[in-house]
Design a protein around this ligand. Structure first.
Ligand code: NAP
Length: 282
């Protein structure tokens, strides 16, 4: 029976560290602040925006919520971002995605100052992931890595098999985990014989969006399995890994909920403080 990669416990520990760091900034006369822009009333986005507010408040970080109407013009969103870019009391800016269809998402995300881009979506930050330069990196792939490192899993020299090459998780994770000196294989929907790859993984990371895709017979005995998937099904929320089956084979496994997803908001707020430090250096 596999041990658990305890996202909730690790998130609690990181929150304590952040609380202390936020207090240190306050002692220097700086009140860290995250601004979140939401266009429209998409229920999932409203939920995530509220979740961020709750964590911000519990840590002593200021949260500024800008809810624009769903029919807002692109120029108005860009104008708001421009205003927040120039506001020295705002240290992180995040735009809840997806944006309404009439808005060009790439244009909007590229308008955020790279050092305030806490979601790690600006092209400069994307490039920094590959070049190894200082930058702000997306929270979900960071969560996968923190989950491993803070559970004492060594990444260096391991064969990490990532399933999924999406822009949010899989693709940035390839370069982020390479920095930890893993040997990386990346699989996707056109991969032939997926299980022949996953069975080679010392560490398997699933970021697909297909409920319970990774079954017990696709995993090497003792492997570490990280599940970044979030799927809403008729039976409730589940990951991309068949948890009940795989936990009998794996050495360590992350549950859904309670694994990767438990860390993402916390790491997003950690990015606010990282960005703040970069802003002060400029
Ligand atoms: P995405 O952009 O839709 O990418 C999905 C990837 O999975 C694609 O690369 C796709 O291949 C691949 N794929 C689809 N079916 C496959 C199959 N049968 N076998 C192998 N690969 C397959 O998704 P994403 O935004 O990266 O998100 C991935 C998952 O992470 C989702 O469940 C999402 O809900 C979750 N997520 C979690 C968090 C969190 O906080 N925990 C945050 C963001 C996302 P192709 O490239 O060939 O199409």
């Amino acid at each position: 029976m596999a041990g658990i990669l305890d996202g909730k416990g690790i998130a609690a520990k990181i929150k304590e560290e952040l609380k202390e760091e936020i207090q240190q900034w306050k002692d220097r006369g700086i009140q860290p602040c995250l601004a979140v822009i939401l266009a429209g009333e998409d229920p999932a986005s409203v939920y995530y925006a509220k979740a961020k507010q709750k964590v911000c408040e519990s840590l002593g970080m200021t949260y500024r919520f800008i809810n624009l109407p769903g029919d807002v013009g692109e120029e108005d969103i860009l104008g708001k971002i421009n205003e927040l870019n120039g506001d020295k009391t705002v240290h992180g800016i995040m735009v809840e995605l997806p944006l309404p269809k009439h808005i060009d998402t790439k244009k909007v995300t590229a308008a955020i100052l790279p050092e305030k881009d806490v979601d790690g979506v600006h092209p400069m930050n994307r490039g920094a992931i590959m070049s190894g330069d200082e930058g702000l990196f997306p929270a979900t792939p960071q969560s996968c890595i923190e989950l491993l490192l803070r559970s004492g899993v060594e990444i260096e020299g391991k064969h990490v098999v990532i399933v999924g090459r999406g822009e949010t998780v899989g693709k940035p994770l390839v370069f982020m985990i390479l920095k930890h000196h893993a040997t990386v294989s990346i699989c996707h929907s056109r991969t032939r014989d997926l299980s022949s790859f996953t069975r080679q993984g010392d560490i398997v990371i699933a970021a697909v969006g297909k409920p319970k895709l990774i079954k017990a017979d696709m995993v090497k005995p003792g492997a570490v399995v990280v599940d970044a998937g979030i799927n809403e099904t008729n039976e409730g929320m589940c990951g991309d890994v068949d948890y009940e089956g795989v936990k009998e084979i794996a050495g360590l496994i992350s549950p859904v909920p309670g694994g990767v997803g438990s860390l993402t908001t916390t790491l997003l707020l950690k990015n606010v403080l990282k960005g703040l430090a970069i802003q002060l250096k400029k």
